[in-house]
Write a protein of this length. Structure first.
Length: 296
């Protein structure tokens, strides 16, 4: 049989097998679609949260209160010259008083004395350790024109601990989810390749090669998993449309903008192709196992 004739026969057998066992094919495809939709939705959610989470300030900060008669700009220059200092933000005493009054809803009387000093917010380099920060605070407090230095590192320690717990949990969930998805995919393929032993025996009697015998089932696996990925993509798209409204309302409470959206069409094509090739490979392995049973 010629090259093209073999593949025409495989195509006809693929279509015939799907039509003859449509219920099992549909059930297996739906099962695979559910398996694909879980990591797909989590991936979309992680992509939407990535930017806001990376914008959270994680570096240590110090609040420096200048003396009343000190020149804030000179104090800023002196602090900026110290090691481990990333940025210094000066808040003039007039601005600090105005912001405080706005927050408290108080109107400042004309000519009233401003009791607040100039404030400098010192941001440290991300790699700065707690011991280094404490030493730096002592050095800043010793500078001319500085009254007091305040800083709190407790939240950085808590953040590091929570980050480590989150990483460990994420690794565990990823492994468990991967195993569940693999189990679901294998079960879906097995559901549609179980009835092929009789056909394998017939093909063996006619002198067929292994590649010729397993080709229709490998193609069936490709179609099944590719279709399952399309179904999962559609389901996640609908879920995103439903979730985006409530998610935007919650994000607005924290001055954030969050929107779930699936990647563009090229990524969809790659996802379908990858899922199809996975189905092709797993189905071919199962069919090859049945072929080897016939040979024995």
């Amino acid at each position: 049989m010629s090259f093209f004739a073999q593949r025409r026969w495989a195509l006809r057998e693929t279509v015939r097998a799907i039509a003859a066992d449509f219920k099992s094919f549909s059930l297996a495809t739906f099962l695979a679609a559910l398996a694909f939709s879980i990591p797909l939705f989590l991936g979309v959610l992680a992509h939407a949260l990535y930017t806001p989470l990376t914008q959270l300030p994680t570096q240590m900060e110090m609040t420096v209160f200048a003396q009343h008669r000190a020149n804030a700009l000179r104090v800023e220059a002196a602090i900026q010259a110290l090691p481990h200092v990333s940025e210094v933000l000066v808040i003039p005493r007039e601005k600090a008083l105005a912001e405080l009054n706005d927050r408290l809803g108080v109107k400042t009387r004309k000519g009233a004395r401003n009791p607040l000093p100039d404030v400098l917010v010192v941001k440290l380099e991300p790699s700065t350790t707690l011991a280094t920060a404490q030493t730096l605070a002592t050095d800043i407090e010793a500078l001319k024109g500085v009254d007091t230095v305040a800083f709190d590192t407790a939240w950085q320690e808590k953040f590091k601990a929570l980050s480590q717990v989150a990483k460990t949990t994420l690794l565990f969930v990823t492994v468990v989810m991967g195993l569940l998805i693999l189990t679901a995919l294998v079960a879906a393929v097995r559901l549609t390749t179980a009835p092929i032993l009789t056909q394998m025996r017939t093909l063996h009697l006619f002198g067929s090669s292994a590649s010729f015998a397993i080709r229709p089932w490998a193609w069936r696996g490709f179609v099944q998993m590719g279709l399952a990925m399309l179904m999962a993509w559609g389901a996640v798209t609908l879920a995103c449309l439903e979730v985006n409204g409530p998610l935007a309302e919650v994000a607005a409470l924290y001055d954030l903008t969050l929107k779930l959206s699936l990647p563009t069409s090229p990524w969809l094509a790659l996802a379908v192709l990858g899922a199809g090739l996975t189905g092709w490979f797993v189905s071919a392995l199962f069919a090859l196992g049945y072929w080897q049973r016939v040979l024995r």
